[in-house]
Design a protein around this ligand. Sequence first.
Ligand code: MN
Length: 498
Amino acid sequence: MIDLKKYEVWFVTGSQHLYGEQILKKVEMHSKEIANALNLSKEIPVTVTFKPILTTPESIKKICLEANNTENCIGLVTWMHTFSPAKMWIAGLKSLQKPFVHLHTQYNRDIPYAEIDMDYMNLNQSAHGGREFGFICSRMGIERKVIVGHWKDEKVYKKLSVWMRAASAWADAQGGKIARFGDNMREVAVTEGDKVEAQLRFGYSVNGYNVGELAEYVNGITEAQVNELVEEYEATYTLAKDAIRGGSNHNAVKNAAQIELGMRTFLENGNFKGFTTTFENLQGLKQLPGISVQRLMNDGYGFGAEGDWKTSALLRAMKVMDSGLKGGTSFMEDYTYHLDPSGMKVLGAHMLEVCPSIAIAKPKLEVHPLGIGGKADPARLVFDVDSGEGLNASMVDMGNRFRLIVNEVEVIKPEQDFPKLPVARVMWVPKPNLEIGAAAWIYAGGAHHTVFSKALNSEYLEDFAAIAGIEFLTIDANTNIREFKNELRWNSVYYQGK
Ligand code: MN
């Protein structure tokens, strides 16, 4: 469903005519070589396209306008091989609507002490050329990512890749559609927000659909289609004894498969990228969608429970960013605490809807009562999650801005099994610890719903927030409550004028 190679990043090199044709030819050769190396790298997820060297204000403006009008161009990599007087960039940057990264590199890595002369100095001018370009970007107040290092350095590729994945998520959001089946869970605050502002800011639209309309799709699914999907379940998961054919709960599995097929058809027909459900609006559905939501997330759809469209859109963005990476990304909720002072931690889960992309092993398919919503017992995938680095991300609407909060976490193996827990679950210790991590999260107004990821680190979200021009807060190993509270105060002043 998600293909990043269809996206192009244009490799754009700044220079000027002062150097003469010979130097400009070399600049072009070097630039082509770097663009080509990026394109061949396994680390780089998108297509990198070399563009002719820019030496005039007219050519700069032209390439920026072309980038705006080329749908699969998701942004630019800009590089100042030589000194490119930056007043030349004003008109172009003023019109540019695509994000860009400033690659501050130099063609030659090492200074050739014995041979260096003025010809070498005139060709290798990134050190000051990049500063001239940086000044005009800062003077114009333009958000961009600056990456410093030699273009063959693995660290540079990694940073470029992170930005390219964030820019891909941004491109994916433009014109993206989120469907809400039912409304917000009644009286819940944090899942609400300004959908018009979200569309202006992020580019995706959010619209509501009657659950009855979805139920019609579900009822239109044939027995043969259901049986085929149940066979796929049998091949993919370990079914509980009562869930297999002839078991007392097999019918619930079939009903769940029917719901999945109906939802999938609805979402495909409407070209949606994400959706929400809520257990308070299930008229016409036999059970709360469990396994269907889990499997749709696994295929790249955004999802938010209880009408949470902001989390649905964020999950979709993070599914684009983690495309092809290992670790998985899921809808999540901080569910229950373990508050033993010698090791405080969080048990994360949801009623049902956790994405199997984060599963440590083959999920189990089980049917259990829900105890909420008054519907039939829903089928769900149950699994654990491997230990390692992870994060939780939350998008909240502060009234005059969107705020993206990330808490880095250490995912841990539970000390014991959960023989009676009928949902997928994951345990983690927030960084720097639960005491500070949870306090900072609550001061920041972070939601109970999150997007949990083992595939992404904070840098992806930081780049995404910068492209979107929204507030970004990280809670990590270095977080200190007093400083964090000051950051919140200072940010609130900064955003008064925005
Ligand atoms: Mn919830």
